[in-house]
Write a protein that binds this ligand. Structure first.
Ligand code: NAI
Ligand SMILES: CC(C)c1ccc(C(=O)O)c(O)c1O
Length: 256
C-alpha cells in the first residue's frame, strides 16, 4: 500500500545497503519521507540509493561504519546538508559473524571479535543517537527505532554470545532513551525480528530454518518488508503514544 503517512519527514536508515535496511528505506520513500541511506558498503548503498532516486524518491546516501563516531558525524552532516534535519532514526545496521558457517563458541571467541560486534551492534546505535538526538530535543520531536532480535531475550543456537548480548543491550538502551527523551517529544522503540529471509541468513541450513517454521504459529519465515512495516508503524502518528516498547516481528515464534 502506498500512502503519505511520512510526508514531510526526514528519515535515516543504517545498514540500508541490503536486507531489512533496504526494505525499510524503500517503504519510508513510498510513504513520502525523504530518506538518508547509510551503510559501510559504499557500492551496495549507492546502488540502493540510485534505484530509489531513479524511481523519483528524495534520497541521500553516505558510506559510514556505524562503529566510528567520526564516520557517523560526517555522514549526518552530509545527508542533513542535502535533506534537512533528520527527525526519524532507524538504527538497523548489525552483524553476526560466523566461522566456517557456525557461531563461535564463547571459549574460542577472539576478544577482538567480541569488541567489533559490540562496536557495531551496540555502540553504532549510540553513535547515531549521540549525533542526531540534540537536534531532535531542540526541535521537541524525534522518532527512534533500534533493531534488537528475539536473540536479545531468548537463547538461539545459530548466534553467538556477542550477538545475543548486544541485542539484549539494545533493549535496555531503548528503554532508557524512551525515559530520558520522552519529555522532549522523542520516542524510542525496538524491533525484535525472528527469522527473516535476508543475506545474513545465507549460512543457515534449510533444515534449521524448517525447524523454526515448524515452531512458528504462522508457519513461515518473515520477510524484510514485514519488518519495515513495523518500523514505519512505530514512527508514524499512529504510534505517537507508544514508547519504550519492544515489538516482536516473529510470526509468534518464541513468545516470551
Ligand atoms: N535477518 C534476520 O533474521 C534478523 C535480523 N536482525 C537484525 O536486523 C538488522 C538487519 O539485518 P539483515 O538485514 O538481516 O542483515 P544484512 O547482513 O542483510 O544487512 C546488514 C547491512 O548492514 C550493513 N553493515 C554491516 N556492518 C555495518 C557497519 N559497521 N556500519 C554500517 N553498516 C553496516 C551491511 O553492509 C548490510 O548492508 C541487524 O541488526 C540484524 O541483527 C534481527 C533479527 C533477525
Ligand atoms: C540475523 C541474525 C544472525 C539472526 C538469525 C536468526 C534469528 C532467528 O532465528 O530468530 C535471529 O533472531 C537473528 O537475529
Amino acid at each position: 500500500m502506498t500512502h503519505s503517512r511520512h510526508a514531510g519527514r526526514t528519515v535515516m536508515v543504517t545498514g540500508a545497503g541490503g536486507g531489512i535496511g533496504a526494505a525499510i528505506a524503500r517503504l519510508y520513500c513510498e510513504e513520502g519521507a525523504a530518506v538518508a541511506l547509510l551503510d559501510a558498503d559504499a557500492d551496495k548503498v549507492q546502488q540502493q540509493a540510485g534505484a530509489l532516486r531513479d524511481a523519483g524518491f528524495a534520497v541521500a546516501w553516505a558510506q559510514a561504519d556505524v562503529a566510528s563516531f567520526q564516520d557517523c558525524a560526517a555522514a549526518c552532516e552530509r545527508v542533513q546538508g542535502e535533506l534537512g534535519p533528520i527527525d526519524t532514526l532507524i538504527n538497523n545496521a548489525g552483524v553476526s559473524p560466523k566461522h566456517h558457517g557456525a557461531p563461535a563458541p564463547i571459549w574460542t571467541m577472539a576478544p577482538e571479535e567480541w569488541q567489533r560486534v559490540v562496536d557495531i551492534n551496540l555502540n553504532g546505535s549510540f553513535n547515531l543517537v549521540r549525533v542526531l538526538v540534540p537536534g531532535m530535543v531542540e526541535r521537541r520531536f524525534g522518532r527512534i527505532v533500534n533493531m534488537s532480535s528475539v536473540a536479545g531475550s531468548a537463547f538461539l543456537l545459530i548466534v553467538a554470545a556477542h550477538y545475543s548480548a548486544t541485542k539484549a543491550a539494545i533493549i535496555g538502551f531503548t528503554r532508557h532513551l524512551a525515559g530520558e527523551l520522552g519529555p522532549f517529544g522523542v520516542t524510542a522503540n525496538a524491533l525484535a525480528p525472528g527469522r527473516i529471509e535476508t543475506p545474513l541468513l545465507k549460512t543457515v541450513s534449510a533444515q534449521a530454518n524448517q525447524t523454526v517454521v515448524d515452531e512458528t504459529p504462522l508457519r513461515r519465515l518473515g520477510t524484510p518488508l514485514e519488518v519495515a512495516r513495523a518500523a514505519c508503524f512505530l514512527t508514524s502518528s499512529e504510534s505517537d503514544f507508544i514508547t519504550g516498547q519492544v515489538v516482536d516481528v516473529a510470526g509468534g515464534w518464541l513468545m516470551r
